[in-house]
Write a protein that binds this ligand. Structure first.
Ligand SMILES: [Zn+2]
Length: 89
């Protein structure tokens, strides 16, 4: 698998369908990158944010158009399970 390309920040004009790097015209795949993953910020966010990254299916170029989405609600739930005393095992 080839190394991931650098994420380029671009702006959507009228429509973003064509890859600026290779000219592929049929749109993009998407991936999600933790917005705080590469920051050395001692203040932790109370809510995780993900950057929506567009990936060209033809050349693999990656683009950030400024979209961010919050982590899903279920990821913050705590699942409670019955406690088992170790002495019974
Ligand atoms: Zn491309």
């Amino acid at each position: 698998m080839p190394a991931l390309s650098e994420i380029k920040i671009i702006k959507i004009e009228e429509e973003l369908r064509k890859c600026p790097d290779c000219g592929y015209e049929l749109g993009f795949h998407t991936s999600f990158v933790n917005a705080h993953a590469n920051k050395e910020d001692p203040v932790k966010s109370t809510r995780e944010l993900y950057r929506v990254i567009l990936i060209c299916p033809e050349c693999g170029a990656r683009y950030d158009v400024g979209w961010k989405i919050p982590a899903s609600e279920w990821g913050h739930r705590i699942i409670k399970t019955p406690a088992i005393k170790l002495s019974r095992i």
